[in-house]
Design a protein around this ligand. Structure first.
Ligand code: PMV
Length: 356
């Protein structure tokens, strides 16, 4: 029987952001980034959260992908492309999937494959993440080929699909090193602290908007690198910020971590506004959340927000403060539109869940 591999992969949230490429074809970043691999905790998330069929699994903010060696999708099709089914809909592999598969085929024998991928996100979450998608695909493929891909090879393959996807392969707290080599062979993501390092750390994923972002992250970072006069200054000061963040993580110092994480998010969105034409990912509700978190922190730092290329917020706190932080967010935002909060902890990276 032909082998089949199913893998699942989580989302990740960057504390130090990937924003800028030194090689756009290879997705090699201008700077190191640091992220948390996230695992949702259904028992700490409100029961009111709408879920697609699948019940509890729907809360998991993961992509599940099955790959198998395939007969041609259409025997009359001379191109003999790989087959792709995304959330139940037949689709054509895009250039990023092709780049990812092309790399694997350059180092292993890999005949045509059929790929079936499901995003396990709450309906209308707007969180369907390319990071979990490419990480699940690569983890499944890495065990389909012989010999299996090394961790470094898997990291490169995931990065070629979507830069931040290489950070969804490892567990725990992850650093993606930009590397120096022109071919990107040293631009790799790896765990810097395991899941158990900071068991109390939580991330509330605050879903404010289910709509796709207007400017893709690829276009946004390209525009920033080309047009933002502030961008070179960011690259100069980042190594210092990364050192400080590393120290805060090492010492599990939430107050220091919180300030660094919020400043980093604010800098990303300042760079977006400094790009020309300007890019805006945050909206009024995102700014209301920012104000509410600063008000909450007035006496003692309890929470830290961070935003990627969209208005959905990721709010860090420690376990004893989850309820208070959640109430703060609900008080600030529930009157201005739908709001879903999913509580996560730092968790496991991509893994094989089924083999035949
Ligand atoms: O991996 P991409 O191309 O979707 O870029 C991700 C960029 C940010 O999410 C905004 C930042 C990050 O480091 O994840």
């Amino acid at each position: 029987m032909l082998p089949v591999r199913t893998a699942e992969a989580p989302i990740n949230i960057a504390l130090i952001k990937y924003w800028g490429k030194r090689d756009a074809q290879l997705n090699i970043p201008t700077n190191d980034s640091i992220s948390l691999t996230l695992e949702s905790l259904p028992e700490e998330s409100p029961a009111s959260l709408p879920q697609p069929e699948g019940g509890e699994t729907a809360m998991r903010l993961r992509t599940v992908t099955t790959v198998r060696f395939a007969a041609p999708c259409d025997p009359a099709d001379a191109k003999d492309d790989d087959c792709l089914v995304l959330n139940g809909v037949a689709s054509v592999p895009n250039s990023r999937i092709k780049r990812c598969l092309g790399y694997i085929r350059s180092i292993r024998t890999l005949p045509r494959v059929s790929i079936e991928s499901w995003n396990q996100f709450p309906t209308a979450a707007g969180l369907a993440s390319s990071a979990s998608g490419y990480a699940a695909l690569v983890r499944a493929l890495s065990e389909l080929v012989t010999p299996p891909l090394t961790e470094q090879e898997a990291s490169i393959a995931a990065r070629l699909g979507s830069g931040s996807a290489c950070r969804s392969l490892p567990s725990g707290i992850v650093r993606w090193r930009a590397g120096d080599l022109p071919d990107g062979s040293d631009s790799l993501a790896a765990t810097i602290w395991p899941v158990e390092h900071w068991p109390e750390l939580r991330c509330l994923v605050v879903v404010l908007c289910g709509e796709a972002k207007g400017v893709s992250s690829a276009e946004g970072m390209h525009r920033t690198v080309l047009t933002s006069p502030l961008f070179p200054g960011r690259l100069q000061t980042l190594p210092y910020r990364i050192d400080l963040l590393g120290q805060a993580l090492e010492e599990r110092n939430f107050a220091v971590l919180a300030e660094l994480v919020m400043r980093e998010s604010n800098q990303l969105h300042a760079l977006c506004l400094d790009s020309f034409p300007p890019i805006r990912y945050l909206d009024q509700r995102a700014y209301a959340l920012i104000d509410a978190i600063h008000a909450l922190n007035a006496t003692q730092p309890r929470a830290a927000y961070t935003f990627d290329a969209g208005p959905n917020a990721f709010v860090l706190c420690e376990a004893p403060h989850v309820d208070r932080v959640r109430r703060t967010i609900e008080d600030a935002l529930s009157s201005s539109g739908p709001l879903h909060i999913i509580v996560c902890r730092v968790g496991a990276g991509a893994r094989i869940v089924h083999s035949e």
